[in-house]
Design a protein around this ligand. Structure first.
Ligand code: NAI
Length: 306
């Protein structure tokens, strides 16, 4: 319990708008130095102006989170200007909705490259710089309630968020011995500009199976205008960091959906007394593997993993 925010440097992808900007405000007010990285350069400049207006020490840069070389350069720049980055926020995200069977490879690639690839690139860039430096820290990746549930219309987006959920859970395990807490945010609805995200889709992902027009963008704006304020959501993130809690899902209305999903999974299990012999055989095999794995990993990497 407890986390010292003041004096740390936070790096926030998608920090020019919505949930990311809310994080910049909330953690900046707690005394963090804040670097925001976003694909929209003008929005970065506006956001930096607002943060400085509040007296927050900050730095902004235009960055496409899918660009690994640029990411490494951005990390160097952030650390030169603001010092060692020990708080990572993988918040940049884009969405596209429509019948899954209409999707093209470009639709899959764009959504996965930004939503999942962006989180991977953030962690690959910064984690090796910071683990073992004894400064602790945190990583907070933003998935979605769609990390638990998928339907045709939100299929690619949800699949990318399932992936964010999975890798973030694994990173929490990987970093537990380094004093770096890892959390995943699964929002239902945030007051943000994500309805406009189609406008950031680069030319190289030009072939789409979806016809996103102004009518759809307006309809999406209508939903998101009723969403949780980004600063309020960031307040919940702050609490999760302080408690070193994995899930941030501050939406009570999600309960019936989550109960129904997990109940379906539980209902698919045979009763516990079923196939005792097989259970024991499988369990023993797994334990043998874990022991062997520990020994091999200690020999190869100087540490044991599972
Ligand atoms: P937003 O559109 O206001 O903010 C996202 C920011 O990411 C934008 O400033 C955008 O320019 C930036 N971005 C997009 N592509 C980028 C790229 N390739 N490289 C760098 N920056 C990029 O949207 P919002 O809602 O604040 O989104 C934040 C996160 O919350 C996203 O991961 C989104 O999927 C997630 N989310 C949003 C929900 C909502 O209701 N708005 C619900 C559930 C999850």
């Amino acid at each position: 319990m407890g986390f010292e925010f003041a004096g740390r440097t936070a790096f926030i992808t998608g920090g020019a708008s919505g949930a990311g900007f809310g994080q910049a405000q909330v953690f900046g007010r707690l005394g963090c130095k804040v670097c925001i990285a976003d694909i929209r350069g003008e929005a970065v400049a506006d956001a930096i102006g607002r943060l400085r207006g509040e007296g927050i020490e900050c730095h902004g840069m235009e960055l496409d989170v899918t660009d690994r070389e640029a990411f490494a350069a951005a990390a160097d720049e952030a650390e030169q200007v603001l010092g060692p980055v020990t708080m990572l926020f993988g918040t940049a995200g884009v969405s596209i909705f429509g019948p899954l069977e209409n999707a093209t490879y470009d639709d899959y690639d764009w959504i996965f490259d930004v939503n999942f690839g962006g989180v991977v690139n953030l962690m690959q860039t910064f984690v090796p710089r910071r683990i073992g430096h004894g400064q602790g820290g945190c990583i907070v990746n933003t998935a979605s309630l769609g990390a638990f549930f998928a339907n045709s219309g939100s299929g690619i987006y949800s699949a990318s968020k399932f992936a964010v959920h999975g890798i973030t859970m694994a990173m929490r395990d990987a970093l537990k011995g380094y004093g770096i807490g890892v959390s995943v945010v699964c929002p239902a609805n945030i007051k943000s500009n994500i309805a406009e995200s189609i406008r950031t889709r680069p030319e190289r992902y030009g072939q789409s199976g979806y016809a996103v027009d102004e009518r759809e963008i307006a309809a999406l704006h209508e939903i998101y205008s009723q969403g949780m304020e980004p600063e309020e959501l960031a307040g919940h993130v702050r609490q999760a960091i302080e408690e070193n809690r994995f899930y941030v899902i501050p939406y009570p209305e999600a309960r019936p959906m989550l109960e129904s999903i997990f109940q379906q999974a539980l209902d698919a299990l045979p009763p516990s007394e079923h196939d005792r012999e097989g259970q024991e055989k499988r369990h023993k095999a797994m334990m043998r593997y874990i022991e062997a794995r520990k020994a091999m990993d200690t020999e190869r990497y100087g540490k044991s993993t599972r």
